[in-house]
Design a protein. Structure first.
Lengths: 466, 88, 482
């Protein structure tokens, strides 16, 4: 049985959870995105970010959770250098339901994963070990991240396999992007701990997992470790283990939580927030269309094939482009562009940030194809130029000469060239007509995809007497 | 009844070096015993008292940087970082 | 020029050109320097005060708009942050701490052209009833320096009583403004919880404490309240006060008002007979003013001291966790230490009383004890609030002696914390229920002051100041022996 505890930063917010420093700290020099409040200086008080509550509520609703009547905050008290107040402001299920979400569920390939609880809390700062060695005596602290808004999602131990975990995390990641609350691809924006147990064994928590890739490995390792203990008749201790990335194993933690007692108390500086029906339903209305709803719409309204619709709907970057570029006529064409040709050009965050393509480009390209001015192959070539330079489609077509070649005499010349160079293939085509596509392909190659494929095929057939 | 070990344990939890628990033991025990008076109050049905506010009273999501170079006003900073002893 | 004038008289003097801010502030500083070695009200003095006063005089002369305080010297308890200067909370842990920002109340004072004359002494982190627990030495009661001035805002009370400032800002968590008000024969006012911003008040028990104005006269306190109260975006626990003017109509009187004597605070073995006698005089005075006075019993009072100390130690334990000497504090090199070791050693600098409360604060919310202590205390708080609301459905005001005992000598209560905690029995109810309460100086017996406490319901400060003003008018206090 596997359960997850996932921390998601709300990177799309402007400011931190309790102060006006920037929510996304990644572009700042160390300790320059701080203020007296997030540093917990004496006398300072937390000011809850309204949008954080809104976005967290949307996450809770997207995960089918119940939202509370009143939102409450608590203090989790412990001492650590990355925690400026030596307590974390978080949410608990104490004194009634006061966390942002409870008892939700998500379906992964037909399996229901129950969400136990979602809570809003603040991220601590970051520790850097001087000399990058575990043995040095000093830690350097950068508080830029302290106070960044987090949503913690705790699942029931409903996962059956590491693979299910991976799928869930991808779904969650897409969901967060689709809601516009977070970019989970940013470093550290989504972190997960796991709890793993096998039948008859105790629950083991696994922490300090750097990436989702490692998470799968860690869970797999842990299941194997527990299974082998069971086979040897050794009890599986209930404990916390941490993932050692170098050795790729889990190690028992002499946990900092040994005899730790968090002495939970109410957060007296934050009154409980009344989650009135009007506000909550206005947030529900504001929520972007869900991924599954988009997917259904693409399939039923535009006849887009399910696999294409899947890719298109689950990636916000693609679906945004699609939504703005498509109409009844060109929907399929554009969906195709995006999910086949464009994908390779914008498959990382950096590439997307630098890409100069706009919905208009896609609309123009689709129009050029349907009006016969450009072949699909040419369009594919044009895309790479568009992404790089952002020039208009017409400019690119003329500048790199992508106009479709429909002139029969021109195509004829190329066909003659190919025939003279591809004797064997021509003989083969005479015997086996299907293989003529190879020869048509050669013509396309020589014309850089500009030759009209239908005209080319017909001319070629005629020429070699098919 | 609270013991000296309990007091030492809590002092550790609160990260305060108390040289010897004896000094604190008598007084703390006395005070904790006094707190037992709460057992007599008839309060089992009472709710937790909390202040309440509306969503509209919350802070707008705006980025406003803190002007002064706060890091330079803190102690223990080296270059751009705050130095702290490492946890074992 | 006398320093023994009220804030209102000072302002009139400035407006009438009979005094200047510079003169008054200079004289005040001289006076402070003369009496400080004996009284020790201050932890730090504002050396630029005279310059600042001079600037305000210029402003006045040039006809520019001047703030409500006209350069009046006001002292501020040293647990309230003033930018650029030390805020020590009378603790070795913050010996060298310089705040990077002003508390909201300080900003409002400065905006109204007040002069912060200095930071006053207190019990370390505001935990105490006698200012005996200051890490920098106690303050002395100007009425008799062998006696405590009360606490924890002892320094503030002394500065006002001994004419070292016209007004002061203290903080009241369990009586810390009213208690020293009573012991030093000045007015100490605790507002409704949320009326005054706590942004910049170093937290001790954040769910119940408030900054409290202190002055020699009730109308002075009303003036101060006018300029520092009201909603603050930096403090989400502040509430609207509808822009009330607390000064206007302060002399309305209390004819026909119903006043309830809280039985549990005004009788019994714990009440000193002298205090009782003074209280009886005050009751007669209320009756002569036309009020209807009756006794009321509030049986939840017996649980209030335990409730108060359970809740405040739990909050204090958490609020003081940030003092690990890593980001601010005092000089102690971390070389060679491990993290836990270092901070435990650094926190050894807390005084004994603070340490005691931290340990208690570690117990009461801990996994094993939270149900027994913390949860029960919260529920008592709830029930107490209800009982108080019921009382206010029958009465306009509730009264008692501020402290059941006379000011005591140094060392008398220090060794018995429980006895010391029980001295708070009359004052903690107002904090636990959030209602406003004031201590009005009434008599001085055997050279020691006794004050009368009046409570009103939530946000009834205006009425409370009216009844306090009325009571003030029935007594003539002796001059402080300086």
């Amino acid at each position: 049985m596997i359960g997850l505890e996932i921390h998601c930063q709300l990177t799309k917010l402007e400011s931190k959870l309790f102060c006006t420093c920037k929510a996304d700290y990644r572009s700042f020099e160390p300790n320059t995105n701080i203020c007296p409040v997030c540093m917990g200086m004496p006398g300072t008080l937390p000011r809850l970010n309204k949008k954080a509550v809104e976005k967290a509520t949307m996450i809770a609703m997207a995960l089918n959770c119940k939202t509370p009547e009143r939102l409450g905050f608590f203090r989790k008290n412990y001492f650590y250098p990355d925690l400026p107040k030596n307590f974390q402001i978080t949410q608990l299920t104490m004194y009634g339901p006061t966390s942002i979400g409870e008892q939700g569920k998500v379906s992964i390939e037909g399996k229901e994963i129950r969400i136990r609880r979602i809570q809003i809390e603040e991220d601590p700062g970051r520790l850097i070990y001087e000399g990058a060695s575990e043995r040095t005596a000093i830690t350097l602290v950068d508080y830029n991240r302290a106070g960044t808004p987090l949503v913690e999602i705790v699942t029931e131990p409903d996962f059956d396999s590491p693979r299910q975990v991976r799928i869930f995390l991808n779904v969650l990641s897409d969901l967060l992007q689709n809601l516009g609350v977070s970019d989970p691809t940013l470093e550290g924006a989504m972190r997960a701990d796991a709890n793993v147990s096998i039948e008859g064994g105790n629950r083991v928590e696994v922490k300090n997992i750097g990436s989702f890739h490692d998470l799968e490995k860690a869970i797999h390792f842990e299941l194997t470790r527990q299974q082998s203990l069971k086979e040897r008749g050794i009890e599986i201790a209930q404990e916390t283990r941490h993932w050692d990335d170098k050795r790729k194993i889990t190690i028992s933690s002499r946990s900092k939580e040994e005899d730790e007692d968090y002495r939970y108390i109410l957060e007296g500086d934050i009154p409980w927030i009344i989650m009135d029906e009007k506000s909550v339903s206005s947030w529900r209305q504001k929520m972007p269309e869900s991924i599954s709803s988009k997917k259904d719409r693409y399939i039923t309204k535009y006849g887009i094939p399910p696999q294409v619709a899947d890719v298109l709907s689950s990636d916000k970057y693609y679906s945004d482009l699609f939504e703005q570029a498509h109409n009844e006529k060109n929907a399929k064409e554009i969906a195709n562009f995006i999910t086949t040709d464009l994908m390779g050009l914008v498959d990382t965050r950096e590439k997307r940030e630098q890409a100069k393509i706009t919905p208009k480009h896609l609309m123009d390209l689709a129009e050029k194809i349907s009006s016969g001015q450009v072949t699909r192959s040419s369009a594919k070539n044009a895309l790479s130029e568009i992404v790089k330079t952002g020039k208009s489609v017409s400019d690119i077509i003329s500048s790199i000469g992508l106009a479709k070649i429909s002139d029969e005499s021109e195509i004829d010349k190329i066909i003659d060239e190919v025939i003279s160079q591809e004797n064997t293939a021509v003989q083969q085509a005479k015997e086996n007509p299907q293989t003529i596509n190879y020869l048509v392909g050669k013509v396309m190659q020589k014309t850089k995809g500009k030759a009209d494929p239908t005209i080319t095929l017909n001319l070629f057939k005629k020429k070699i007497g098919l | 009844m609270v013991t000296k070990e309990d007091i030492e344990h809590v002092a550790r939890l609160m990260r305060i070096d108390i040289e010897n628990a004896d000094e604190y033991f008598d007084r703390i025990q006395k005070i904790l015993s006094y707190f037992d008076i709460l057992d007599k109050a008839n309060i089992s049905d009472e709710e937790i008292p909390v202040q309440q506010i509306a969503i509209d009273d919350l802070r707008e999501d705006k980025h406003i940087a803190f002007d002064d170079k706060l890091i330079e006003q803190l102690k223990n900073y080296k270059g751009q970082y705050v130095r702290a002893p490492k946890m074992n | 020029m006398s320093l023994a004038i009220s804030a209102i008289d000072y302002i009139n003097g400035i407006k009438n050109n009979t005094i200047t801010a510079e003169e008054f502030v200079s004289k005040t500083l001289e006076h402070i320097k003369k009496h400080e070695p004996r009284l020790h009200a201050f932890i730090s003095i504002n050396e630029s005060a005279v310059d600042q006063a001079r600037q305000i005089d210029k402003k006045i002369k040039s006809g520019q708009k001047v703030g409500a305080f006209y350069g009046m010297p006001i002292s501020v308890k040293d647990n309230i942050c003033v930018k650029g200067g030390k805020t020590t909370c009378a603790s070795k842990m913050l010996e060298n701490y310089i705040s990077p920002y002003d508390a909201t109340v300080v900003t409002r004072l400065k905006d109204q052209d007040a002069i912060i004359i200095g930071k006053t002494n207190l019990d370390e982190f505001a935990m105490g009833v006698a200012t005996e627990f200051s890490a920098f030495g106690p303050s002395k009661n100007p009425w008799n320096i062998d006696y405590v001035p009360g606490g924890s805002s002892g320094g503030s009370a002394v500065s006002v009583a001994a004419l070292e400032s016209v007004l002061s800002l203290g903080s009241d968590t369990g009586g810390s403004v009213r208690n020293p008000g009573s012991f030093c024969s000045i007015v100490g006012f605790k507002p409704t919880y949320g009326l005054i911003s706590r942004y910049g008040l170093v937290s001790y028990a954040n769910s119940i404490e408030q900054i409290g104005p202190m002055g020699r006269r009730v109308e002075d306190v009303a003036l101060l309240l006018n300029n520092i109260s009201g909603k603050d975006q930096h403090d989400p626990t502040t509430i609207h006060n509808e822009e009330q003017d607390y000064l206007s109509g302060i002399d309305t009187g209390i004819s026909g008002k119903k006043i309830g004597i809280i039985k549990e605070m005004s009788s019994g073995a714990g009440l000193d007979s002298t205090v009782e006698s003074v209280f009886k005089n005050a009751v007669s005075a209320f009756e002569k003013l036309g009020a209807n006075v009756q006794e009321i019993s509030l049986d939840m009072i017996q649980y209030t001291v335990a409730t108060y100390y359970v809740l405040t130690t739990a909050e204090a334990g958490s609020n003081l966790s940030r003092y690990d000497n890593l980001r601010y504090g005092y000089d102690l090199d971390s070389e060679g230490y491990e993290f836990r070791q270092y901070i435990s050693k650094a926190r050894h600098k807390f005084g004994a009383e603070v340490t005691r409360r931290m340990i208690l604060g570690g117990f009461v919310p801990s996994a094993g004890f939270a149900g027994k202590y913390l949860l029960k205390a919260l529920k008592v708080k709830s029930k107490l609030k209800k009982q108080i609301q019921l009382a206010f459905s029958k009465f306009d005001f509730l009264i008692s002696p501020t402290v059941p005992v006379l000011p005591f000598k140094f060392g008398e209560k220090r060794d018995d914390p429980l006895a010391m905690y029980l001295a708070d029995i009359n004052t903690v109810t107002a904090n636990l229920t959030g209602i406003p309460a004031v201590s009005v100086p009434y008599e001085v017996r055997h050279g020691l002051p006794v004050g009368i406490q009046i409570h009103a319901n939530i946000l009834q400060e205006k009425k409370l100041l009216q009844v306090a003003y009325a009571l003030q008018g029935t007594t003539k206090l002796p001059e402080v022996p300086l």
